[in-house]
Write a new protein. Sequence first.
Length: 63
Amino acid sequence: MSQIIRIGMDTSKYIFQLHGVDASESVVLRKRLSRKAMLAFFAKLPPTVVAIEACGAAHHLAR
């Protein structure tokens, strides 16, 4: 997999949709993860910019 430079995250109560791009803006990641799997996934990634949608769930997750 190419180096992911940015991940967009669509949040909900149970499922998270992730969309990652590399330096050339090519899609290198599309995943649908549960809350538990999402935490494990991000624990394995190097530091990356993550953009979270601005809704009630996003504010709760940011806390």
